[in-house]
Design a protein around this ligand. Structure first.
Ligand code: DX5
Ligand code: ZN
Length: 222
C-alpha cells in the first residue's frame, strides 16, 4: 500500500505570510494543499474566500483541495473552480440536492468531494458514489483547527474503505481534524489514503519532518 497523501491545512499557517507559507509547504513535499472555507454560518468561524484562493494559486503547483464549510455552497462553486481549486468538497447539510451539487462540480471540470460530519452516516454517500471522487471524514466538528481527534470516526473510515473497494471506483478517502503523528497510523490502518493536517504541519518548525512523521511508519523507516 503506498504511503498516504499529505494535505496540509492552511488554516494553521501564518495568515500574514500566506503566499510564503504555501510555497514553503509545497517545497517541503506536501502532496496537496487543503484550504478551509468558513462562512460564520455553517460553522462558527470565518476564514477566507475565492479571492484569497486565487491569489495563492501562483505560489505553488500542487493540487488545491478546497473544503467548503459554507451554506449554501452551490452559488460559489464556479468561483472556487475559477480561483484554481482542483478538488472541491462540500457537506451534504449545506444544501438540499447533494447529487446536483456534485454534478455541478464535475461539470466545472473539478474533482468532487463529500464531507461527512462526525454524526453524518456513511449511507449519505452510498447513492452518489458515481459522482464522487473523494469522501472526507471529519474527525472533529468542523470550524476550528487544533481540536482533539475523535476515535469514534475510525469505524466509519473502515466502513467507507470497504464501501469504496466494493464499488471498484477511484475514490479518495480523506480524514480531517486532529490528525497528528499519534493518530495518523490509526487513520491509515482504517483505510484512509489522504491525511489533512493543520497544526501537525504548519504548527511545526520543520514542515518536511512533520509530514514525514505523518506518513509513518513506511516513510520514516526509509
Ligand atoms: C476544521 C478544518 C480542518 C482544520 C484541521 O474545520 O476542516 O482542516 O484545519 O486542523 P487540525 O489539523 O489542527 O486539527
Ligand atoms: Zn478541512
Amino acid at each position: 500500500m503506498p504511503p498516504p497523501l499529505i494535505a496540509p491545512s492552511l488554516l494553521a499557517a501564518d495568515f500574514a505570510r500566506l503566499g510564503e507559507e504555501v510555497a514553503a509547504v509545497a517545497a517541503a513535499g506536501a502532496d496537496w494543499l487543503h484550504l478551509d472555507i468558513m462562512d460564520g454560518h455553517f460553522v462558527p468561524n470565518i476564514s477566507f474566500g475565492p479571492v484569497v484562493v486565487k491569489a495563492l494559486r501562483r505560489h505553488a503547483a500542487i493540487p488545491f483541495d478546497v473544503h467548503l464549510m459554507i451554506a449554501p455552497a452551490d452559488p460559489y462553486l464556479a468561483a472556487f473552480a475559477e480561483a484554481g481549486a482542483d478538488w472541491i468538497s462540500l457537506h451534504p447539510e449545506a444544501g438540499p440536492h447533494l447529487h446536483r451539487s456534485l454534478q455541478t462540480i464535475r461539470a466545472l471540470g473539478k474533482k468532487a468531494g463529500v464531507v461527512l460530519n462526525p454524526a453524518t452516516p456513511v449511507e449519505t454517500v452510498a447513492h452518489v458514489l458515481d459522482l464522487t471522487d473523494l469522501i472526507l471524514v471529519m474527525s472533529v466538528n468542523p470550524g476550528f483547527g487544533g481540536q482533539s481527534f475523535l476515535d469514534s470516526q475510525l469505524p466509519k473510515i473502515a466502513t467507507l474503505r470497504r464501501m469504496i473497494d466494493a464499488s471498484g471506483r477511484d475514490i479518495r478517502l480523506q480524514v480531517d481534524g486532529g490528525v497528528t503523528a499519534a493518530t495518523a497510523p490509526r487513520c491509515i490502518k482504517a483505510g484512509a489514503d489522504v491525511l489533512v493536517a493543520g497544526t501537525a504541519v504548519f504548527g511545526q518548525a520543520d514542515y518536511s519532518a512533520a509530514m514525514a512523521a505523518l506518513r509513518q511508519p513506511r516513510k520514516q523507516a526509509a
